[in-house]
Design a protein around this ligand. Structure first.
Ligand SMILES: [Zn+2]
Length: 406
């Protein structure tokens, strides 16, 4: 399965060419960067989770065939990653997207709008400064206060009608806020994926005029969670909710009362009037414990620049909820199942390279699972099963007596 996935990746996304073109800044690299990159890609694809775990598979027959030379040591893998240029990994992400698009593997959702979701994510925190790019904050406890160091990046995920794709990530720099990082990332995403998406989604933090005006200036729409009770827009919207009659939708076990207010002028910092949509939702379900029916209520409010001609009320509600996919699929899944938060090597370039490599592995895995494996096979084997098959191939024929890695 692993060899099949890598052969497919080579064919569809010209990964071999891209990975072969990678270089690093070492003056006289003893081990070709290509070997290191191929080793790292397999490490993230098989979700081994650490450089030491991959080093322990050095006797595997898989490496001899795949690398045509011994697997580099954990030290070498980490050292080379900290001197690599991350751009070719971004190019591989772009190449895979283009290939899937060309093969019509990225259909839009029912409403026809493809969304890009932005979100910040903190990978880890420590009590010691370990590199010059560590961000810092003061933690107040009952024993006093201390400085904590951490890394944070903004990620973008594309929501197609089939499976989500992680497109790019940008580290937050010391002294800047998340919106500044996000705009730098968006500028690159607009250049690399200009026609990939229609609307950009964000949480309440992104209900910020810098973000809205930037998105509008580039011909896209914005949709974000509206929360701030003090904001004039929210105050005016709340007053209008009182006098407007909501529409009602029922989908499965969820009933929604939805207010859709267009052309609001109460946010003059944004260059055009905005639309506010509120969804008050009741979902009924049966409790597993005693089989009793119980209902859960939620109240969502979103601000958006999408016009009614581009997005119906139902489409705005659907897009608003779709933002959660970056939390569930993007962060929870990559953290819990792909070891995305593991600090393989504490170096700002290595942290970025491992983040981008994990995104590439995530996309390759799901594109392979959804597009290469037959539906009949998928109906009997879930993605977790396929992931375990990939890892098991590294352990086949593992001999204890192999020579140590260089
Ligand atoms: Zn650091």
């Amino acid at each position: 399965m692993l060899r099949r996935l890598l052969a497919w990746a080579d064919k569809v996304a010209a990964l071999g060419l891209l990975l072969g073109g990678l270089t690093d800044s070492r003056p006289q690299p003893r081990i070709v960067t290509r070997v290191v990159v191929r080793s790292l890609l397999v490490m993230v694809l098989t979700r081994l989770g650490s450089l030491n775990a991959v080093e322990q598979t050095h006797g595997s027959a898989f490496w001899r065939r795949f690398l045509q030379r011994p697997l580099p040591s954990a030290d070498t893998l980490g050292r080379v990653a900290s001197r690599m240029d991350p751009e070719p990994v971004r190019a591989a992400l772009r190449d895979l997207y283009s290939c899937l698009k060309r093969h019509k593997a990225l259909p839009p959702p029912w409403h026809g709008l493809i969304a890009l979701v932005l979100d910040g994510h903190e990978s880890h925190a420590t009590e010691n400064r370990l590199c010059p790019e560590c961000l810092e904050r003061t933690i107040h406890t009952s024993h006093g206060e201390h400085i904590q160091y951490y890394h944070r990046h903004v990620t973008v995920m594309l929501l197609t009608g089939d499976f989500p794709l992680l497109l790019d990530a940008e580290p937050q720099k010391p002294g800047e806020d998340e919106i500044a990082t996000a705009l730098r990332l968006l500028a690159r995403v607009l250049k690399n994926f200009p026609r990939a998406f229609d609307v950009v989604l964000g949480d309440a933090l992104y209900t910020d005029p810098r973000f809205y005006n930037f998105v509008l200036d580039h011909g896209k729409d914005a949709l974000t969670v509206l929360k701030n009770e003090n904001r004039d827009l929210m105050v005016d919207a709340r007053a209008l909710f009182e006098i407007h009659t909501p529409q009602r939708f029922t989908e499965g076990s969820t009933t929604r009362e939805v207010w859709d207010l267009q052309g609001l002028l109460s946010w003059p910092q944004v260059q055009q009037p905005v639309r506010v949509v509120r969804s008050r939702e009741t979902t009924t379900c049966r409790r597993q414990l005693d089989g009793q029916r119980q209902s859960q209520e939620a109240d969502w409010v979103w601000a958006t620049t999408l016009s009614v001609h581009r997005a119906s009320t139902r489409a705005v509600v659907d897009l608003g909820h779709a933002r959660w996919k970056i939390e569930n699929r993007g962060f929870n899944e990559t953290t819990n199942r792909w070891a995305a938060d593991h600090v393989y090597k504490h170096h700002p370039i290595a942290i970025l390279v491992f983040t981008l490599m994990t995104m590439l592995a995530f996309n390759l895995f799901y594109a392979f699972y959804r597009r290469n494996l037959k539906p009949a096979y998928r109906s009997r084997h879930d993605a977790q099963h396929v992931a375990r098959c990939l890892a098991s191939e590294l352990y086949q024929g593992l001999a204890e007596s192999r020579a140590p890695p260089p």
